[in-house]
Design a binder for this molecule. Structure first.
Ligand SMILES: [Zn+2]
Length: 197
């Protein structure tokens, strides 16, 4: 069962509900009514207030896998974001299993070099997109780093030693393989690339 605002794609075998915050159906209220129907898996379009955060946590605590999105600076900022919304770190950390930070990168058109009157890419130089995603696995070790409020830079160094690949690492791989362009990376990841390098 999903709660979305708006429903962008109709999916078979999935019960989708559209949120109307101006009416009475908020994300928080929506989760409350979905839980009465005992769903297998919940998708909550976005957590942006305390009520939704609390209801999502409650759903997770009662054994429901919950997928959601959050606006945060990067994967590591999600813990602080949930805390800023009003959840207690010690309450939600053990229920947060992983964080994915993702972008879509346009891929260079391989039908034309340089781009000029190409019918595949209509002269844009790009044909198709590819997702890149950094995945922060919240295992016991990483949770304890967050619980002890280590600086995010130290947590990042710790997970990088264990193989964490950042968006920046993956962007650099695409550049090295000439699959995309520096302009596209700057457009999509400008701030991130600036911060890290
Ligand atoms: Zn082309």
């Amino acid at each position: 069962m999903t709660l979305e605002q708006p429903i962008e794609y109709q999916l078979p075998l999935i019960r989708q509900t559209e949120i109307h915050e101006k009416g009475r159906l908020t994300f928080g209220e929506g989760i409350r009514s979905l839980l009465r129907q005992d769903p297998d898996i919940l998708f909550v379009g976005e957590i942006r207030d305390l009520e939704t955060a609390q209801m999502s946590l409650r759903a997770s605590m009662t054994g429901h896998p919950v997928y959601t999105t959050l606006h945060a600076g990067d994967s590591f900022a999600v813990v602080q974001r949930l805390e800023d919304l009003g959840l207690k770190r010690e309450d939600f950390l053990s229920h947060l299993t992983w964080v994915v930070n993702q972008r879509l990168i346009r891929i260079r058109c391989h039908h034309c070099t340089p781009p000029a009157s190409c019918s595949w890419c209509k002269g844009t130089g790009y044909y198709g997109r590819r997702p890149i995603a950094e995945i922060l696995v919240m295992d016991e070790e990483v949770r304890s780093l967050f619980q002890n409020r280590l600086p995010l830079s130290q947590i990042r160094t710790h997970v990088e030693k264990r193989g964490f690949l950042s968006l920046s690492d993956q962007a650099q791989y695409l550049l090295k393989e000439s699959l995309t362009t520096p302009d596209e990376i700057f457009l999509t990841l400008g701030e991130i690339m600036g911060e890290i390098h």
